[in-house]
Design a protein around this ligand. Structure first.
Ligand SMILES: [Cu+2]
Length: 202
């Protein structure tokens, strides 16, 4: 009887010892896992910083005694910049929209924004034309009977604040014209008065 009791106590002791060891090992494994989780999180954050989606939004102000206003948003993602302009107060029909060279809309007629943004010294033309085109030659869009329009455009030839001055749209201006771009007249497509303007600034 005594032998059995001793054996039971012995087993219990061994059992509890084993339990402690197992717990220690589990704690160690837990710590290691936590460390590698932290590492993974840091790596993920670094990757997010690299390919962070950039979005900038500006309000367009009427120029040349027009009522044309709106909102323009640029988003950069995966090396492509997309532009969305939501405009109102336009006359029905086609209008030109361009990026001009200076983020200065102070003049009543918008001329303070300068000529078309054309860092690569190309002739004015339709976007993508083999004869050449300005980096600011977005093109024409159509306003509906209520004077509203939404313009969507995207390209990998722009960037938001990168080091390549042939791509960087920061410091430039968005201009909407009263008329349409004929894509041939130099240097600006004979699109008429500048009816809305905003600077692309941070
Ligand atoms: Cu223009």
């Amino acid at each position: 009887m005594k032998t059995i009791k001793l054996a039971v106590v012995g087993l219990l002791l061994i059992g509890s010892y084993n339990c402690k060891e197992v717990k220690k090992e589990a704690d160690k494994a837990g710590d290691a896992m936590e460390e590698s989780m932290d590492e993974m999180e840091n790596k993920a954050n670094d990757m997010m910083d690299d390919q962070e989606e950039k979005t900038i939004t500006f309000m367009m102000e009427p120029k040349s005694d027009s009522n044309v206003s709106g909102k323009v948003t640029f988003t950069e993602e995966d090396g492509e910049v997309s532009m969305k302009a939501e405009l109102s107060g336009l006359s029905e029909g086609e209008h030109a929209i361009h990026i001009h060279q200076t983020a200065d809309c102070s003049a009543d007629d918008g001329t303070s924004a300068g000529g078309h943004w054309n860092p690569t010294n190309q002739p004015h033309g339709k976007w993508g034309a083999s004869e050449g085109y300005h980096k600011g030659d977005i093109g024409n869009f159509t306003a509906d009977g209520d004077g509203n329009a939404t313009v969507n455009f995207s390209t990998d030839e722009w960037c938001i604040g990168c080091d390549d001055e042939n791509k960087n749209i920061m410091g430039k201006a968005v201009i909407v014209h009263q008329g349409q771009d004929d894509y041939t007249s130099q240097p600006s497509g004979a699109a008429g008065a500048r009816v809305s303007c905003t600077g692309i600034i941070q």
